[in-house]
Design a binder for this molecule. Structure first.
Ligand code: SF4
Length: 394
């Protein structure tokens, strides 16, 4: 088994996800270690050690000689220091130490902060315990349902596992707290929930939420979409999806579907073409988007006095339908409705693709990025078509 810090993070988020993505294979690296031992500073070194038959790989951003030891530097893009960096720093320090490279210090730096880690030695037992749990994991662990499931490739597998157990964790909106409340009032399975007395549930969750919970349990048990009320008639419009880079705090790609034609605007090349396109639209134009802050962003570019309509497809879907799915992410809902995604990239991977493209201007990377964004707008259209097919007068 090969374990880098990404694997540790995946395990901490959901052991089951780590279990499915465990990698085997040989890793040999002595080049970086040799350079380090000669006293050179090394950018992106690869240092490997072995623990209980697993290969641990440390790949920090920079290592420099400092006195008798080596200082590890981790570069971050975040604006503020995050507590989780301490665990990451300790993981690297552990691998270095086990490889015979003594650590003199660890620094976590970004454009906005610089923090020398003082307490990493105290965290070594914590990291060792985590690694032992990862290495000795034998059985397929239980799903650990949460917001992180939204982008997970194993969402459908986990839905099946939970459905076999008729688990309440399938129901969107049931987190640990709600689960505990259900347990205390004797509701432990989807069957219990589907047949629950709504008057009892209302005391805990209110009328609307209780009704939705019961309908959701039925949707799973009957494996079908349940319409609560038909949505209103929706006008023709343009579908929009914006790609945002959180650490750079800016948008980098605007994608539109206009009469089935995909149009895109890369903000790396300036906003001029995007502003020109938006200005060319008439007042009264309708934009459809799936969740997200598209309305605010487009109005901030074009000015609040333009009379555009913005309709959130996600809000209408949630208000009028209950799907037998764990997550109402665009990816899951559109797939349920039969949309065939052409790329398996997720929201995190698109960011690293964008960063690589910025450095290399590689056409292949650009095409992958565009395909991802085009899939998002076409998938939104798929959901929109579903809503239109069920609207009051269709
Ligand atoms: S869907 Fe959620 S519970 Fe299942 S493996 Fe992915 S992150 Fe874990």
């Amino acid at each position: 088994m090969v374990i880098g810090y990404d694997e540790v993070e995946a395990f901490l988020t959901c052991p089951r996800k780590f279990y499915f993505t465990r990698k085997d294979g040989a890793v040999y690296s002595t080049i970086s270690e040799n350079f380090l031992k000669l006293g050179f500073s090394v950018e992106n070194p690869v240092v490997v050690c072995e623990i209980e038959g697993a290969k641990l790989i440390s790949t920090p951003d920079l290592v420099v000689k400092e006195g008798e030891g080596w200082k590890i530097i981790l570069r971050k893009k975040a604006k503020r220091f995050k507590e989780k960096y301490a665990l990451e720093a300790t993981f690297h320090a552990l691998v270095f130490t086990r490889s015979g490279l003594e650590i003199s210090g660890i620094e976590v730096v970004s454009d906005n902060f610089s923090r020398r880690m003082e307490n990493w030695k105290n965290l070594i037992p914590v990291v060792e315990d985590i690694l032992a749990a990862m290495i000795n994991m034998k059985d397929d662990p239980e799903p650990r349902v949460g917001k992180h499931c939204r982008y997970c490739d194993f969402l459908e597998e986990c839905e099946k596992t939970l459905l076999d157990k008729k688990s309440l964790m399938l129901v969107n909106g049931i987190g640990k707290e709600t689960y505990r409340t259900f347990y205390e009032i004797g509701i432990e399975t989807l069957d219990d929930l589907a047949n629950a007395d709504s008057r009892i549930l209302e005391k805990f969750f209110g009328k609307e939420k209780s009704r939705r919970f019961i309908i959701a349990a039925r949707a799973f048990l009957e494996n079908r979409v349940i319409m609560i009320t038909p949505p209103r008639v929706l006008p023709e419009g343009i579908v929009v999806d914006i790609e945002y880079h959180p650490s750079e705090e800016r948008d980098f790609l605007y994608g539109f579907l206009v009469d089935d034609e995909y149009k895109y605007f890369l903000l790396e090349e300036g906003k001029y073409a995007l502003v020109y396109f938006l200005n060319s639209l008439e007042d009264g134009a309708t934009f459809y988007h799936y969740h997200g802050p598209e309305k605010k962003k487009i109005l901030s570019i074009i000015g609040k006095n333009r009379k555009f309509n913005f309709i959130d497809v996600f809000s209408i879907l949630r208000q009028h339908f209950v799907f037998p799915v764990m997550s109402y992410s665009l990816k899951r809902i559109a797939k349920y409705l039969g949309y065939k995604w052409r790329t398996s990239l997720n929201g995190y991977e698109i960011l690293s693709l964008y960063e690589k493209w910025k450095r290399t201007r590689n056409e292949e990377l650009l095409q992958q990025m565009l395909l991802y964004n085009e899939d998002d707008v076409r998938a939104t259209k798929k959901v929109l078509d579903f809503l239109k097919a069920h609207s009051s007068f269709s």
